[in-house]
Ligand binder design. Sequence first.
Ligand code: ADP
Ligand code: MG
Length: 252
Amino acid sequence: MNAVSTPETLLDVKALDKRFGGLHVTRNVSFALRAGDRLALIGPNGAGKTTLVNQISGVLAPSAGEIWLRGENVTRTSQAGRVRAGLARTFQITTLAPHFPVQRQIELALFEREGLTGRLWRSIDSYPALQAEARDMLARFGLQAHAATPTQDLAYGEQRLIEMALALALRPKVLLLDEPMAGVPKGDGARLLAALDALPRELAVLIIEHDMDLVFRFATRIVVLAEGAVLADGSPEAIRRDPLVRAAYLGG
Ligand SMILES: Nc1ncnc2c1ncn2[C@@H]1O[C@H](COP(=O)(O)OP(=O)(O)O)[C@@H](O)[C@H]1O
Ligand SMILES: [Mg+2]
């Protein structure tokens, strides 16, 4: 018997294929994510990265292939069903309620997780444990001073932090991040990086990111997508040396 147990496979993408009419956007893509993985999905614009994440999260139905989450075939499962099965992706900024104080926004997500949304939400005040959890979460992201600030008054980088906090409030096993640094001013990047570093160890994370410094700092594995297909899948060191990847993407 092995002394060290292999972490559980949480997400298994099997021979995924997606066509939009004549456009073949996902071509026979397979990869698996285990607990604790930090997988970066990289590739040029239009390679099909977002389309892939949209299929995994259930926004788009694949043309062929299967998606398994924690041993369950979720290929035909609704987005909400996949969230219940342990999958979360960063919310789009438009799903934040602009006038809502940050603390309330997080409390609502916790309320949803606990299946309490049927109740009047003023009764959040009678759930001190959830309020404390929301406060802890804000502290973890360095946003405690903004608890009472409406989200619309936060800087863009801080709003992206809130999106990440809302996704984590669901206590996912698998987290999908589609370009979390996009549009974040250089000066605000450090806190997002710190938040990435502070993600729960056992969480499986898939991140789409163009900033190669971040990718090589964060990822334990890299999948390179080109024209919808997996061009390479390996350790950051292997990807950095791969002549195919250098030619196609990293630029010599
Ligand atoms: N709903 C859609 N209908 C038709 N074509 C689409 C749709 N969504 C994406 N595409 C096309 O799929 C290709 C991959 O897009 P995308 O997944 O956004 O790439 P990436 O995220 O890697 O930049 C592009 O050619 C894009 O135009
Ligand atoms: Mg994209």
